[in-house]
Ligand binder design. Structure first.
Ligand SMILES: C[S@@+](CC[C@H](N)C(=O)[O-])C[C@H]1O[C@@H](n2cnc3c(N)ncnc32)[C@H](O)[C@@H]1O
Length: 505
């Protein structure tokens, strides 16, 4: 099934690390008296034998000698392109950009002069590859607009370049926030990989996995959009609910790859599947692995997240003011992300331990705030709480939203905390619009898996489970608009709980 969508917006994942093939082959250092072709071969062999610095020296000698009147265009294009790849593998992305751009410039200037069709085609293929690598390099440098232009150019030169389209789609969706455009290019990439009469450029080794990712991304593009109108591709007059279209894409992604946990989770989200009790660790890990580098910029700068600050000020209020807050011996920052919450609580923590499912997020936390945590560990909070007992305080900002049923989570907090220990955390609440519906249809709702893939919780339910396991509410605060979802405010709430002593239970 193909989908098409009208105006909408947002979400994440990429197709990268597609390594550069090398055009040519042979080893040599002294280029004196060598033809341009021989220099190219020598550079390529040196690069293949994992000596990019020496390869750069050789390519540079070749590039200095290029004479467009006399030399083969193919050799010159290959020299620039492969020099770009050599620079990129040394981490010198700026020089890589310059080399790929040189290849594109030379091609634009000379291609009209080439009469032989097969030479023309080969030159175009080389430059399509150069444009693709240029896109990847710009992406690494966070020049997202330029990266998108480069991928688009690669796909224009080589209409079967599915990877350029897939990367372009991810950029349009994740960074340039134009999912309607992303959707179109995902569909094109999907077509290239599924049409039998087409030979894709560099076909993937495991096409089903790539197709599953493409369908998952199509589903996300639909789900996170606003003011959208979904129509059947072969019947544009028939409007269908977008949630159905998204569900169909996630379903398809699962058929192609039954282990695609992200598609499974999002399928449950768009169908409001009440049987889903928590997000799987695989889903959460994958989500934040993909998101890690851009995490804080995206959350704070783009989505206006301020839950970490509100949590601390609510916490101070709960204790009757900042100056009345005691010191806590062992504090666990549960689902710590890059340390935004931890930073707020450092001054009241003797030992502060960050825990997160995502290894890349933990890496980012240590890189960004090397002094913050006494320890930063990868793990599932429900296991860590029991393993680290007795804990004085658990803090959790925006991380319990991946649990629906709170009983197992609260039991593990109860087991990990010392008597009198504190749990200070945020949860999401239903949106204003959704709350109205719930008030009418299901006033006793407990948790709700939302189309965003995150759970919302009812205040009464949270308090009830707290009481049931021995966590008494010390303080509650509503948190309206602590983050954005597209143009809308997300509602949440803060709970400060205290573990009642075992004797009191
Ligand atoms: C939205 S981020 C919030 C990060 C941070 N607390 C903040 O406020 O900036 C949610 C984090 O919780 C982590 N997380 C979710 N479920 C978890 C679990 N069961 N165990 C450990 N970490 C978890 C995710 O990996 C992610 O880094």
């Amino acid at each position: 099934m193909r989908l098409s969508i009208l105006p909408f917006l947002l979400h994440s994942l990429v197709f990268t690390n597609i390594s550069a093939p090398v055009y040519g082959g042979r080893y040599g250092i002294d280029t004196e008296g060598m033809s341009l072709e021989e220099i190219l071969e020598a550079g390529d062999e040196t690069l293949s034998s994992n000596d990019p610095l020496e390869a750069i020296n050789i390519y540079k000698k070749g590039i200095e000698q290029i004479n467009p009147e006399e030399d083969s265009l193919l050799t010159a294009l290959s020299l620039y392109t492969n020099a770009g790849t050599a620079y990129s593998s040394t981490g010198d992305e700026r020089q890589a950009v310059a080399m790929y751009a040189n290849a594109i410039r030379l091609y634009s200037k000379e291609i009209e002069e080439i009469v032989d069709e097969s030479t023309q085609k080969y030159a175009t293929d080389i430059v399509a590859q150069a444009a693709f690598f240029l896109g990847m390099t710009h992406e690494a440098l966070e020049n997202y607009r330029k990266a998108a232009d480069s991928y688009a150019y690669a796909a224009q030169l080589d209409e079967y370049h599915w990877a350029a389209l897939a990367n372009l789609g991810a950029l349009l969706q994740d960074h340039l926030k134009v999912p309607a455009e992303a959707l179109q290019v995902y569909n094109k990439a999907y077509d290239i990989l599924t049409q039998t009469d087409v030979e894709p450029t560099d076909p993937p080794e495991q096409p089903k996995l790539v197709l599953s990712q493409l369908q998952y991304r199509i589903g996300l593009a639909i789900t996170y959009s606003e003011n959208q109108k979904c129509v059947m591709q072969n019947d544009p007059d028939t409007v269908v609910p977008c949630s159905e279209m998204a569900a169909s894409a996630f379903n398809y992604a699962l058929e192609l790859d039954p282990t695609n946990e992200s598609a499974k989770h999002m399928l449950a989200s768009v169908t409001a599947d009440a049987t889903m009790r928590r997000a799987s660790n695989t889903y959460v890990t994958q989500l934040f692995e993909d998101y890690a580098e851009n995490f804080e910029h995206s959350l704070v700068d783009e989505l206006g997240y301020k839950g970490f600050k509100i949590l601390r000020s609510a916490f101070d209020t709960a204790f009757g003011g900042k100056d009345k807050v005691p010191m806590f011996d062992l504090v666990i920052d549960a689902g710590c992300g890059t340390g935004l919450v931890g930073e707020q609580f450092r001054d009241v923590s003797k030992t502060l331990v960050g825990v997160d499912l995502s290894p890349s997020i933990i890496e980012e936390a240590v890189k960004k705030r090397p002094e913050l945590y006494d320890e930063a560990d990868v793990g599932d909070v429900t296991e860590v709480f029991r393993a680290r007992k007795p804990i004085s305080m658990i803090i959790a900002g925006d991380s319990y939203i991946y649990f629906g049923d709170l009983v197992p989570l609260f039991e593990s907090m109860r087991d990990g905390l010392m008597d009198g220990g504190i749990a200070a955390f945020t949860l999401e609440n239903a949106s204003d619009e959704f709350e109205e519906t719930l008030a009418e249809t299901n006033p006793d709702w407990r948790w709700q898996l939302q189309p965003s893939g995150r759970f919302a919780h009812n205040k009464n339910y949270v308090e009830k489970i707290g009481k049931q396991v021995g966590l008494e509410v010390l303080y509650y605060e509503e948190m309206r608009g602590f983050r954005k979802e597209g143009a809308n405010d997300v509602n949440g709430h803060i709970f400060i709980m205290k573990k009642t002593s075992s004797q009191e239970l």
